[in-house]
Design a protein around this ligand. Structure first.
Ligand code: ASP
Length: 321
């Protein structure tokens, strides 16, 4: 029988709705460990609940704790797979953090729910069962950290929450899911070709994430400099451009050796140094802004956090090539 580590961390999947007010709140007791009993004939589940938090409360500190827990249990229990239940709001960030930092080839699957445990059409139990099945599947090995909801399998790198309430909220823009969960099978139709790993023991840096807007000025960049941030990710316009009034602030940060990583605020397409005007991608790249493709802003920020905290230091422009 496969040995699967199940880590419950909280989120809507572990919450309940008050039918009179419609308000969703954490329960005193997580209903999932009880439910897990019905899997006893399918897989040997090793249950852990290191914390029970709504996912907006999760920080890189909890992400690191999950990484350590997985590695520790892998050593102890000779695991075949891992399933983590998590709130959907920051699920993609935790998934990508683990993708970058856990160096194991067993399936590691994150799942959650859009409807709490006692709501009509609740998707938690279904997603949990699907995730256990994926974690037990040999075909899910060596594919990096996976996100399974609504019968789809996504990579941690590409997946993002796209809808506030719809159960099909998790999508991989541009690429689509890499696999499907059917009634009988776990089917993969793509194989991720990239695997990057960083050895980290703690997270000791602060990285901010900004989104470009028309009329943006240098003041926010000056504030980040004063606040002594260690790095900045900016979601720039289109192919990678910013308003001219930001340039002075960008220069200030770069002169102080605070790295700036740029992604596009568009969720499809890639950022490139195409435009030559004040604030255009050409100028930004020449100034030393690092262009990042294939990640959204929150995940580029996770990568900067991890790379700057890594024990083997690599220049950030090499991290993002
Ligand atoms: N706000 C909830 C959370 O992320 C949403 C969810 O779990 O779907 O904890």
């Amino acid at each position: 029988m496969k040995r699967i580590l199940v880590i419950h961390t909280g989120g809507t999947i572990a919450m309940e709705e008050n039918h009179e007010t419609g308000v969703v709140t954490p329960k005193d007791e997580n209903p999932l460990p009880q439910i897990s009993k019905q899997f006893e004939t399918t897989a040997k589940l090793i249950l852990k609940q290191p914390f029970l938090l709504p996912s907006p409360h999760i920080t890189p500190k909890e992400m690191l704790l999950l990484k350590e827990l997985i590695e520790e249990e892998y050593e102890k229990n000779n695991l075949d797979g891992v399933v983590i239940t998590h709130g959907t709001d920051t699920l993609e960030e935790t998934a990508y953090f683990l993708d970058l930092t856990v160096n194991l080839n067993i399936p590691i699957v994150l799942t959650g729910a859009m409807r709490s445990s006692n709501e009509i059409g609740s998707d938690g139990l279904y997603n949990f069962i699907a995730s256990i099945r994926v974690a037990c599947s040999d075909s899910a090995k060596n594919k990096g950290v996976l996100v399974v909801l609504n019968d789809e399998i996504h990579t941690a790198m590409n997946v993002t929450k796209t809808h506030t309430t719809n159960v099909s909220t998790f999508q991989s823009p541009q690429y689509g899911p890499i696999g499907l969960v059917t009634k009988r099978d776990i089917i993969f139709q793509q194989k991720p070709d990239k695997s990057e790993k960083y050895a980290i023991k703690d997270i000791n840096v602060r990285v901010a994430l900004l989104k470009a807007y028309s009329g943006m000025e240098a003041d926010v960049f000056h504030s980040l400099h004063q606040l002594k941030y260690d790095g900045v990710v900016i979601e720039a316009f289109g192919t990678g451009n910013l308003p001219p009034a930001t340039i002075e602030g960008i220069k200030k940060l770069l002169d102080a050796h605070i790295p700036i990583v740029l992604v596009s605020r568009c969720f499809n397409g890639i950022a490139q140094d195409t435009y030559q005007y004040v604030g255009g991608g050409k100028q930004l790249k020449e100034m030393g802004v690092i262009f990042c493709n294939g990640l959204n802003g929150p995940k580029a920020r996770i990568k900067v956090l991890v790379a700057l905290s890594s024990q083997i230091k690599k220049p950030l422009n090499e991290v993002f090539t």
